[in-house]
Every structure is written in C-alpha cells, then in structure tokens.
Design a binder for this molecule. Structure first.
Ligand SMILES: Nc1ncnc2c1ncn2[C@@H]1O[C@H](COP(=O)(O)OP(=O)(O)OP(=O)(O)O)[C@@H](O)[C@H]1O
Ligand SMILES: Nc1ncnc2c1ncn2[C@@H]1O[C@H](COP(=O)(O)OP(=O)(O)OP(=O)(O)O)[C@@H](O)[C@H]1O
Ligand SMILES: [Mg+2]
Ligand SMILES: [Mg+2]
Lengths: 256, 256
C-alpha cells in the first residue's frame, strides 16, 4: 500500500506545484517508486517534468470521467522511478461534468484502488481551489502537505482549508491527516516572512516541517527547462532545501 | 454607465488582488467613484481594505444566490469614493449552488443592472480559476485586466485564458475586450523576468501596459494593515508603479 499525499492550499501561487515536483524528484532519487498525479487543469506539474501536453491523448480527465484505467494514462518521465499521471486543460471541464456523476467525490479513489503497479509514494498536485477536483484528491489520500507562502494573504485562508479538511474527514475520508506544513518563499531579509513563519508555527505547532524553503530564483527557472531542481541546479539553496524536506518526509532523521 | 473591469487570471498568486486593491485606491484618490467587487471566496480584496469578514452579515453570496439587491451588501471603506461589495468564505458554496440556478452565468450582471448609485468604475477581483464565479464576472463587465507574473508557469496558462474569453464572447458577452496586460512582480535582477516580459509583449503586443509592477515587499506588507499601498507607503516603488498604472488606465497620458 503506497504512502499517499495531496499537496493542497486554495491560496494561489504558494508553491504547491514546486513542492510536488521537487519532493517527488528527490524521493525518486532516494530510490522510492513515485507516481505523481496532476489534478490541476493548469497542468503545471506535468509541464514541470517536461510532459508535452499537445502530445498527450489520454490524461486524468479520461480516468475520472470515462473510467479509463489509470495505467493507460500514466507516462514515464526521464527520471527513473518517477511516473506522472498528467492533466491537460480539458480537465477543467471535469469540474462541471463530475457534478452529475455519482459518486462524484470518489472517482479518483476508485481509479487508484485498481492500480497494479507497486508505487512507494503517490503525490497529488492540487489546483488553487476547494472544488470537486481537490475534494477527489483529498478523498483518495492518507495525508496532506500544505505549502504556506510567507506572506500575509496566505495566512488568511488557513481556517477555510482546515474547515474543508474537517468536512472531508466527516463525509469521505475519516483517516485524513496533516503530514506537515511547508513554509515556502521565505525571504530572510523581510520581517514579513519571519512574522508569517511565527504565526504559522503558533497555529500548527510541531506539524510545521523544520525545513523552510527559501525564495530562490533557480526554483522559478527550472520549470522553463522541464526539469526539477535536482537536475537543473543541484547546488542551489532551493535544491538543498527540497532535499532536506525529502529527508524529513522519509523520517530518517537526516534533515540538516 | 460605469466603466467596468474584471481582473482575471486562473494562475494563482500572480497579483490579481494586489492590482485590484491598489488600482481601485488610486482611481478613488483621483476623484473617481469606485465600486470594488470581491468575487473570490478567499475574500483577500475585502481584507485588503480592512473589511472584517466576521462582522459581515450580507455579502456577494446573498446577492448572487438569494437575489439581495447589491446596495444592501455594499460597505463603505475608510477611503472616500471607494465602496466594496465584499465576499466571505460562504461564497465558495455558490459555485455548486449556481449550477442549478437558471440563468447561472448572468446573476452578477443582473444584480449590477439595478444598481442605483452612479459609480465611475466597477472593478472585480476574481478567484484563481475559470469557474462559474469567474464566468459571472466576465459576463458582467466590458473589459478585462490580466496580471501576468514574470515567471514561467504564468506563461503556460495564457492560451487557456484567452480561450475562455473567446467562449464568453460567443455565449455571454460579445463586447468583452482586453483592457490591458499588467506585468507584475518584475525582478530586474533576474533574466527570467526579462524573458517572460519579452514573451508576453510578443504575444499581446500593444495590449501590454507600459507600466511594469516591480517586486516590492511593501506591496506584500500593506494587506496586513488592511491598507492599499497609497496609504501604507506612498513613497515606495510599488506605490509609484500602481499610480502610473492608474494614469495609464485613465488614459490621460501622464504615465511616467
Ligand atoms: N521557493 C521559491 N523561490 C522562488 N520562486 C518560487 C519558489 N517556489 C515557487 N516559486 C515560483 O513561484 C510561482 C508560484 O509557485 P507554484 O506555481 O509552485 O505555486 P502553486 O501554489 O502551485 O500555484 P497555483 O496556485 O497556480 O497552482 C512559480 O512561478 C514558481 O516557479
Ligand atoms: N509586486 C509585488 N511585489 C511583492 N509582492 C507582491 C506583489 N504583488 C503581489 N504580491 C504578493 O504576492 C502574493 C500574491 O499576490 P496576490 O494575492 O495579489 O495574487 P492573486 O493573483 O490575487 O492570488 P490568488 O490567485 O490566490 O487570488 C501576495 O502575498 C501579495 O501580497
Ligand atoms: Mg500549481
Ligand atoms: Mg487574489
């Protein structure tokens, strides 16, 4: 039974895709077999691994709406141990189409139940909304990882997010836990970052990962080359931070 | 007949709320009467003007779903000439509820049609999705302003956005135009910013505003004080940029 995470936060631009892509890549290089699922119609995570959306015929849309077996939409990446179940913009249509399919909240859970391939981890990149696609992701995983950008608006949405997790626990997935909170885009030069980090630790306590992801332009450059940071610039501060986060997630205590 | 804009981009965290709040504030101080509508359930724009969501009994949700007259949900801000039609998290429920109301795409347009107050400008802050709430905003305005963050993923979503605008023109609002593209969070130290700015100008040509909004931490600090930048730090680079943008929007050619 694979360990499964959804990377979720309805606030936009907080580092969900960057965290999903880079955590998945480091876990793969540590020898874990990874399935990354892109349930965001923007398909940034697919692009972040160099998947060409124009060439994709079958994607998560076909799995959720037409019942295509997940295996038939999964693509290999250039990274050993790392497969992607990609999305394309047509997934945006699934939001409305899912409303009239019963049961609409567990389509993804059912699709993953029948997966034959033995993955160690399944990681799902979510869109910036608490919509049916995100609910499908929350219904299909054991834990969530919540990136929080070190800025003011990012704090505002936390109570909405924890409320949604509560609703999902009551109706869909009683075991859903918070695996951890990742502070992202931390800028050591600004008081704002320090204040938000402090507030977040007050709210979530030990749930906040020790590793803090700094603002680092190399992380923003890597997607334009279709590569995770470990291949684009393994010596950068961004790469070191995501490597540390990976060690923390693995729980082997080697986080520096 | 007021001039109306929707500030829209389904990519998250690109500066939609920051642009809406600060453009509205400068237009108001230039003497224009402004109605800012917050159609994002995150209600960041409401918070950006110091609106206390806990104290709000009636919001855009009541207008869209229960047919409450817009005037009854509009609140005054501490800024003369600037009113806000706020949202609260319960607006997130409207996405699903709107699906079963006919006509579901023009609820906002109808609500604004009956407005008695003579506003010069109506500006709508949209959520990071191309959902029914965003479609309602696109159906209710004459023009859109599109903030584009100077980063790679922001470019990826442009074709999806222009495709959605096309669909809205065909079915809901034939006159919908692009008022302009605003380049945001431009960091003069990175090649990435320059590359994205160049690509965006290639794609949109003269539609890109001359004014480029720089990355400026004062813009990120201002919301925690419930103030637009003109009051929080009028001497900052962020304030100067939004003042220039306002002049460009007013079309008086004084943009420096
Ligand atoms: N630590 C970082 N330092 C610098 N830039 C970053 C960092 N993390 C992410 N970015 C950049 O910030 C932008 C937003 O990040 P990303 O797209 O991962 O957020 P997201 O939460 O997935 O956004 P959305 O809500 O649209 O899905 C991207 O351009 C990304 O490259
Ligand atoms: N020019 C800028 N310089 C520095 N920080 C900025 C700038 N513009 C916006 N920000 C900050 O970046 C974050 C994202 O901006 P904002 O919330 O306005 O984007 P958005 O597109 O409205 O996000 P969402 O997609 O969640 O609605 C916020 O924390 C904001 O304060
Ligand atoms: Mg993303
Ligand atoms: Mg916003």
């Amino acid at each position: 039974m694979p360990v499964s995470f959804a990377v979720v936060n309805q606030k936009g631009g907080v580092g969900k895709t960057t965290t999903t892509v880079n955590l998945a890549a480091y876990l793969a290089t540590f020898g874990k077999k990874i399935l990354l699922i892109d349930i965001d119609p923007q398909s940034n995570a697919s692009v972040g691994f160099g998947v060409d959306r124009q060439k994709i015929e079958r994607c998560l849309y076909n799995v959720l709406i037409e019942g295509l077996p997940a295996e038939e939409a999964i693509v290999k990446t250039s990274i050993a141990n790392l497969d992607v179940l990609p999305s394309t913009p047509k997934l945006a249509g699934a939001e409305v189409e899912l409303v009239s399919i019963e049961p609409r909240e567990t389509r993804l859970k059912q699709a993953l139940y029948n997966l034959k391939e033995p993955y160690d981890y399944i990681i799902i990149d979510c869109p910036p909304s608490l919509s049916l696609l995100t609910v499908n992701a929350l219904g299909a995983v054991q834990e969530v990882i919540i990136p929080i950008q070190c800025e003011y608006y990012a704090l505002e949405g936390i109570s909405q997010l924890t409320h949604t997790l509560e609703l999902v626990r009551e109706s869909l997935n009683p075991e859903l836990k918070i695996r951890g909170i990742v502070l992202t885009m931390y800028d050591h030069r600004t008081i704002l970052s320090a204040q938000v980090a402090e507030e977040t630790r007050k709210y979530f306590g030990p749930k906040v990962f020790q590793t803090v992801i700094p603002r680092n332009v190399r992380l923003a450059e890597a997607p334009s080359f279709g590569q995770p940071i470990i291949f684009y610039d393994p010596g950068s501060k961004g790469a070191a931070a995501y490597e540390n986060l990976c060690r923390e997630v693995l729980g082997d205590g080697h986080a520096q």
